[in-house]
Ligand binder design. Structure first.
Ligand code: SF4
Length: 465
């Protein structure tokens, strides 16, 4: 099934025949960003046009996150402003989607009775039907577990160069701190042909890069039928990479988020062999201490984790390794916390997304009595962020004076005398606009860039002919 992203003139004709304007605010992860693009596509298909301002829109949709309490509180503050608006303009439609909607369901209506539609992440493809029920005067809550049918929407993508492609929804793991399984449901893999079709469509529309998405992408295919002669699963992430690699026009393939428990040597070999697969691996380790990993129910040891990084660097020494880490997990002693710092120094990560443990509803660790005091959480977070910054800055010096291939994605919104893009290792790179001020032809293509400056989390450079 080939679907075509919406073209300018099509958007204009839609504008003339719109039923109103919409605004989507997305909180949280790449999965939510991809879901929001699909919901925007549906809204435009049924006749809405994009509003210029959140406070002028006829339909406001918050695609929410609940990974930490701060994310949850943020949604309520946004909702508060729209509720005031709704009291003056009752026609305003308020939609709350995503993980907080799934977690709270009906109780969100009791807290904010002005909401028209509450829909969990599994119902993204069902937005049109749900809105038609709202239009017939109902207040709708759609959070029942459901099979995610194949994607029928033509996503309204934020980028015209890099595209998100969902390959597996949900997660069957049971990490003791994580709310994802209870809000995104069981693993549901898309069929390889459907994924390839979507990538062909993107290539057909001049996209150059795709990022395959899954909460635990190494679980891809576990729920799909089919076994190889040796009894192993027919469809795995590695097989999928080989299967989609020949799509013409696509230059770069990325994937996230990996799980050390299932990260295989076969996958590393595939990433090394397949030219388009970029040398960037995002593999959350969460803690540098085995005892904490056991109480997190992560299912691997630090030695196993280190072995994975070693195997990657054996074949791809320059690959970038990024991760996630949680500090102040219940019961974490100062020594166990220092093990996390030690691992960061030992591995020399390109970047680590850090967070202090936040108790989440319906997760085992939230009710444990060995919670860490807030002030200790703050101290540990401050210290680990300083170390991550220092480590990344040191690691990034390897790019200095190098010629790197950078896919130029557009102008730097913060400094329009620069363009921005990323290296194959996913380093954000700012590129000076050539003296003749001609740059449009550079956007959407890979260019050799001489790196002149290396900071902790970004690079700068010039076009190198
Ligand atoms: S693998 Fe663990 S941390 Fe990741 S989404 Fe699943 S339960 Fe959450």
């Amino acid at each position: 099934m080939l679907t075509k992203p919406i073209q300018e003139e099509e958007k204009q004709s839609q504008k003339d025949s719109t039923i109103g304007s919409y605004w989507i605010t997305t909180f949280g992860c790449q999965m939510n960003k991809a879901d929001s693009e699909r919901m925007a596509g549906t809204l435009e298909k049924i006749g809405y046009s994009r509003a210029v301002d959140e406070f002028k829109a006829d339909l406001v949709l918050y695609n929410t996150c609940t990974i930490r309490d701060s994310a949850q509180q943020k949604v309520y503050s946004f909702l508060g402003k729209q509720v005031k608006r709704k009291h003056n303009s009752p026609k305003l439609k308020l939609v709350v989607a995503g993980c907080l909607a799934q977690q709270e369901g009906e109780s969100l209506l009791r807290r904010v009775p002005e909401i028209d539609l509450i829909m969990g992440p599994q119902h993204v493809n069902n937005l049109e039907n749900l809105l038609s029920r709202v239009d017939s005067g109902n207040q709708v809550v759609a959070t029942e577990e459901t099979f995610i049918s194949e994607d029928i929407t033509n996503a309204r993508r934020d980028s015209s160069i890099c595209g998100w492609v969902n390959v597996i929804y949900g997660c069957n793991e049971r990490c003791s701190y994580c709310v994802v399984p209870s809000v995104r449901g069981k693993e549901q893999s898309r069929y390889p042909y459907a994924i390839k079709n979507e990538i062909k469509t993107l290539a057909h529309n001049n996209f150059k890069e795709v990022t395959l998405l899954g909460q635990n992408i190494d679980a891809y295919g576990r729920d799909l039928p089919g076994l190889k002669k040796d009894g192993t699963k027919e469809n795995t992430l590695t097989d999928l990479l080989y299967f989609i690699h020949d799509v013409e026009g696509i230059r770069r393939i990325r994937f996230a988020t990996s799980h050390p428990r299932y990260f295989s040597k076969r996958l590393i070999k595939a990433c090394y062999e397949l030219d388009k697969v970029c040398e960037h691996f995002h593999i959350p380790f969460q803690s540098g201490n085995d005892e904490i990993l056991r109480s997190m129910a992560r299912g691997y040891s630090i030695n196993k984790y280190k072995k994975i990084i070693e195997n990657i660097r054996l074949l791809m020494p320059n690959a970038s390794i990024t991760a996630d880490a949680i500090v102040a997990f219940p019961g974490e002693t100062d020594q166990q916390y220092r093990d996390t710092l030690k691992l960061i120094t030992e591995i020399g990560f390109d970047q680590v997304m850090t967070a202090a443990y936040s108790p989440r509803p319906n997760t085992p660790a939230a009710i444990w009595d060995n919670q860490i005091p807030e002030e200790v959480k703050k101290e540990r977070l401050k210290e680990i962020n300083e170390l991550v910054d220092k480590t990344a800055r040191k690691r990034n010096q390897r790019y200095l004076n190098n010629i790197e291939s950078v896919l130029i994605e557009g102008l730097n919104p913060k400094n329009t005398s620069q363009m921005m893009g990323r290296t194959r290792t996913n380093r954000l790179t700012f590129v000076d606009i050539p003296k003749n001020n001609e740059f449009n032809y550079l956007i959407g293509e890979e260019h050799n860039i001489k790196i002149t400056e290396a900071r902790s989390f970004s690079l700068s450079g010039q076009i190198y002919n």
